[in-house]
Design a protein around this ligand. Sequence first.
Ligand code: E4P
Length: 240
Amino acid sequence: MKIFLDSANLAEIREAVSWGAIDGVTTNPSLVAKEGCRFFPLLKEICETVNGPVSMETISRDAAGMVDEGRAFAKLHPHIVVKCPLTQEGLAATRRLSKEQIRVNVTLCFSPSQALLAAKAGAAYVSPFVGRLDDISADGMGLIRDIKTIYANYAFSTQILVASVRHPLHVVEAARLGADAATMPFAVLQSLVKHPLTEAGLERFLKDWEKLPPEAKAWKSSSAVSDTAAEARGRQRINR
Ligand code: E4P
């Protein structure tokens, strides 16, 4: 499963790229607005930072406006994927942009019927928002399961991009269900790495290492004496 970072913050994106952890980035108008800077240069910089798709959402409500914006975004960088909302106008824009070979991520998907229409319109990705469904006591992951079945039934090539991810279990469940990608905030990406046993284990290893005498910890094997001493200690242990 591909992992995307749901962020427009360059520091977070650079950090995640440095771990080799992300395959792409998704943004939305709220995330871009949080950065408070001119969005075109920001978008270009994000595209140059990450070696994969970067979703940017249109802000028009009508199809013609979305198509214009989508074309302008697509000219900016080959990594751009245009996000269109799952409305009638959004579907019409998706159809037109897809016919021009511009990749579209149909966003704000909350039902299997919407996902079916996104695929029929030619979307490269559909973004079902699992967290927002869970927030209203609906079954976010149930939606992923349904879309998976429907797309498999008709061999649609639209990729399922699980969005509105709130915690690591959303990511694990998305992967279990065979979603194509999941996009998550930086905090969720960090929590995928962390495990208390890893931290405790590392603490223990490093404390034990500190017990070695300084000459034994030297990086350069300058002291043949300490090597010999270590060998002698090793032999003693074996003979005990
Ligand atoms: C997806 O592309 C959206 O940007 C995002 O996942 C929305 O998440 P939220 O529901 O946490 O705002």
